[in-house]
Design a binder for this molecule. Sequence first.
Ligand SMILES: [Zn+2]
Length: 421
Amino acid sequence: MSADRNQAPARSQWGAGLEPLLERLDAEGEAMAARTEVWSRINSGSHELAGLERMRALLCDAFSALPGALTVEPLAPSERVAADGALIAIEHAPSIRVVVRRDAPIKVALTGHYDTVFPASHPFQAPWREGDVLRGPGTADMKGGLSLMLAALQAFERLPGANRVGYEVLMNPDEEIGSLGSAPLLADLGKRAHVGMTYEPALADGALVDARKGSGNFSLVFRGRSAHAGRAFSDGRNAIMAAAEAALSLHQLNGRREGVTFNVAAIDGGSPVNVVPDLAVLRFNVRAPDAAAAAWAQGEIQRIAEAAGAREGLSAHLHGGLTRPPKPVTARQARIISWTRAAGKALGLDLKFQPSGGVCEGNNLAAAGCPNVDTLGPCGGDIHSDKEFALIPSFAERAKLSFLLLAGFERGVFDIADLRA
Ligand SMILES: [Zn+2]
């Protein structure tokens, strides 16, 4: 059957001037992939401040092709509990913001991250091609996404009459370590924007993500009392045992509430075997599908921490929280998903959506009241591994998808008033 016959009437809803820009994006697919290769060669692991700076310079250069004002915005350090229980500051590279038509009636937030999970010491540092597959760090997650986002925005700027839609692009250096530094910027942007577009990769089969769980990382610091294991054993208060008991209590919460998971990941601390250990740091991750489940999980964690710290000679201090709130499919989320499917259909694509336990900046935007689609990047897979890849033909395809969404907001194919009602 002919896909063309189906897509022609749908595309006509977008009005005049669309086709040459779609053709142009088709022709630019190779350039989007080639730019991704260049960016992939630059190590920008979340803690690699020098590499992040080099990456930032290239992004500032590329995104200065857009008509708006580009600024580099410093982020406050975030806190982490060290293995010795002390709070240490984690420095973050700055974010990049591009504001185009600030006072336009329709405000779109486009977000992405320019960090990767790969430190400079990791062997996976350079991209290579295998036919239609581009492998390399960040090719899918998400330098490829940033590359196609820029192409879509440049095409949108050429759309006749493109001035009802204004947008802000926010590119962050800390997504892979939880967006703790950029969280205030994401929250602020999410409050101001009508709709969000985020560029995590789609799956290799083309599917996008709809519902996402919320996620939080916690550290529970136990301090007890050290004592000689032979001469004064009963004087000791064993912090490792307190951490182990709390770990069991947390683990036993699994299965108590639909979709909520508690992953006990590590216990730091301990002492020589002839000493009762006085320090332990218990680290765990929690995921929850909606706000009520997240509140329940938070309450259970608090209860376990308080019980653990209530014993004579032992203290327990809880750090962390559910810093990525859940992103369930609300009515407004369902609407933007249906728009994305409609834009896909106009391109001859039958886009599927599926839930994910993974989290991203889309969680932050949604929590700030900004409905969003967060997997508008290229199709790819094996992310966070040394087999990470993006599918080269998907660069043009997904740039056209973003372009059709933006053009749909501009031309009223998708009525933005439906989202904030
Ligand atoms: Zn990512």
